[in-house]
Design a binder for this molecule. Structure first.
Ligand SMILES: Cc1cc2nc3c(=O)[nH]c(=O)nc-3n(C[C@H](O)[C@H](O)[C@H](O)COP(=O)(O)OP(=O)(O)OC[C@H]3O[C@@H](n4cnc5c(N)ncnc54)[C@H](O)[C@@H]3O)c2cc1C
Length: 488
């Protein structure tokens, strides 16, 4: 039974790819190379999505034993067969990039005291964690990793007969006999257009980082801001659900701490390239080892709800630092996040002090007063921390000796930080062939997905695992959609 067949098709093609980020690009390239006519629909004025503003790290397992590590961190949320397929194909990610005309180089560690992107496994103590490396796309050192990645992907798309329609948010999947997906509607310049997909539709429209309702339903804290592309509002989840899809991995995310200011939709990534800082909570007290955190799990660490006081005591987090810390380097690295092309952070953070984004006090008491803290408690916290630096031992939180540097040179500074998303992993459930499954676990005919929309990472996240997934499942989805017999 046809449910929402349009009166006429505005554009006819074999495969429609919804969302032009990394997964969409790889899916479109693969489907095109497998003989399909391809149209990409992109909601924003141009493609790129989170892919273009990410850190550009690409996970490359070095041995199938890495599947054991992945099974541990997925904790039963993803079938072993999917994990094995991911690992098997991701081991060849470097080859795929070379076949696309690029090359890879090892990802370097950031020289940052607040834990940065480690080139190693996120959970190095787990068995089989040694069987991986992280790459990025080789290119000029002054070009952000993600820009090099996006140039490679979009360059490959441009060299193929792929139709790209931007400024065209997809709205609804069109279903035919037996619920098979035969097309999709999108809105462009206020007009509703129907795209016929003779072979299939591939959903690659990213996460729900900017959808407040879905975040409130599934994520552990609020507010939960985001660093990436504001076009990612979970549209693919609703479209797939309407066509009968089941969902998985909805609470899984990776998040850090960011500065959110009203003029910018995305949060600014904040990192310290100095040891002269601490994090304090709403009580002006330290609450964790600031330099021992796994970078992708920081938001989860602060999202603890106190049912006695009925508050999140660690949200927001206040970073406290001193004058040498302020002068050392910009606290926004400027090479990733949606704001990277919109704002240039000052080298010594002075412009951001002038804007009031960073609060300044001539002494700790004045700083405390300006951020509405009990000055006695903040003074005590800083004194106690400085004493740990003097003795070389942080008895309370175990911060490592080499990262214990005092906060003792005025003026002093505070910046207010909020949990901010790098990614969300939830979305329509997919199988090993990238087919979207219905609520009963059966494939919805002709509907595929790839990338962050319903990704394989259902519990903990391995850094660089998303871009790797775009390449892996982009290929699988593109190949399988192109192999379908046209329905009309
Ligand atoms: C700051 C930051 C750093 C990161 N660093 C890394 C890293 O180093 N390594 C790594 O693996 N991952 C990293 N990630 C995560 C990674 O960027 C994403 O998971 C990945 O890029 C997702 O790719 P995608 O193609 O699935 O989605 P995206 O690249 O986000 O593309 C989705 C596209 O779909 C479009 N879209 C949305 N709705 C619609 C609609 N209705 N119709 C049409 N189009 C639509 C969006 O506008 C967007 O262009 C990082 C993320 C951020 C924000």
């Amino acid at each position: 039974m046809c449910t929402n067949l349009p009166e006429k098709w505005d554009i006819e093609t074999d495969v429609v790819v919804v969302g032009y980020g990394g997964a969409g690009a790889v899916a479109a390239i693969t489907a095109s190379d497998n003989g399909a006519a391809v149209t990409i629909l992109e909601k924003m004025p141009s493609g790129g999505g989170n892919t273009r503003v990410c850190g550009g790290g690409i996970l490359n397992p070095t041995d199938m034993q890495f599947a054991g590590y992945m099974e541990t961190i997925c904790a039963g949320t993803t079938e072993p067969v999917i994990i094995r397929t991911y690992v098997e194909k991701a081991m060849k990610n470097g080859d795929w990039i070379r076949s696309a005309g690029g090359d890879v180089q090892p990802q370097m560690a950031l020289q940052v005291s607040y834990p940065g992107a480690s080139p190693k496994a996120s959970f190095p103590k787990l068995p089989n964690s040694q069987f991986m490396v992280k790459y990025n796309v080789k290119g000029p050192a002054d070009e952000p990793n993600a820009e090099r990645l996006w140039k490679l992907l979009s360059g490959n798309v441009a060299r193929r007969p792929i139709n790209i329609v931007t400024g065209a948010p997809a709205e609804e999947l069109i279903t035919g006999q037996n619920g098979e997906v035969i097309g999709v509607t999108a809105r462009r310049d206020g007009q509703k257009l129907a795209f016929k997909a003779r072979k299939g539709v591939i959903l690659t429209c990213g996460g729900f980082e900017y959808d407040e309702a879905t975040k409130n339903d599934f994520l552990p804290c609020r507010p939960f801001y985001a660093f990436g592309n504001p076009g990612n509002t979970g549209d693919g989840i609703r479209m797939a659900q309407k066509a009968g899809a089941g969902v998985w991995h909805m609470p899984a995310t990776s998040g850090q701490l960011g500065l959110k200011v009203p003029d910018f939709q995305a949060a600014f990534i904040i990192r310290f390239f100095t040891e002269r800082f601490i994090f304090v909570d709403r009580d002006a007290r330290r609450f964790l080892n600031e330099t021992g955190l796994e970078v992708h799990e920081i938001a989860a660490r602060v999202s603890v709800f106190d049912t006695d006081r009925f508050i999140y005591p660690h949200i927001p987090v206040y970073a406290i630092f001193d004058e040498p810390g302020r002068r050392k380097a910009p606290i926004n690295p400027g090479n990733s996040g949606f704001n990277r092309t919109l704002y240039k952070w000052s080298k010594d953070n002075s412009a951001e002090i002038d804007k009031g984004w960073i609060v300044k006090g001539k002494n700790i008491a004045e700083l405390a007063h300006k951020i509405s803290f009990d000055e006695g408690i903040l003074e005590e916290t800083v004194l106690q921390y400085n004493e740990s630096c003097r003795t070389g031992k942080d008895a309370e939180f175990g911060r490592s000796r080499e990262t214990l540097a005092p906060i003792d040179t005025p003026p002093y500074y505070a910046v207010v930080l909020w949990p901010s998303l790098i990614n969300t992993q939830g979305g329509p459930r997919r199988d090993v062939r990238a087919r979207v499954l219905d609520a009963m676990g059966r494939p919805i005919p002709r509907l595929y997905s790839a990338g962050e929309l319903g990704s394989v990472w259902g519990f903990m996240y391995q850094g660089s695992g998303n871009i790797a997934e775009c390449i892996v499942f982009g290929q699988i989805a593109g190949q399988n959609a192109a192999a379908q017999k046209p329905w009309g």
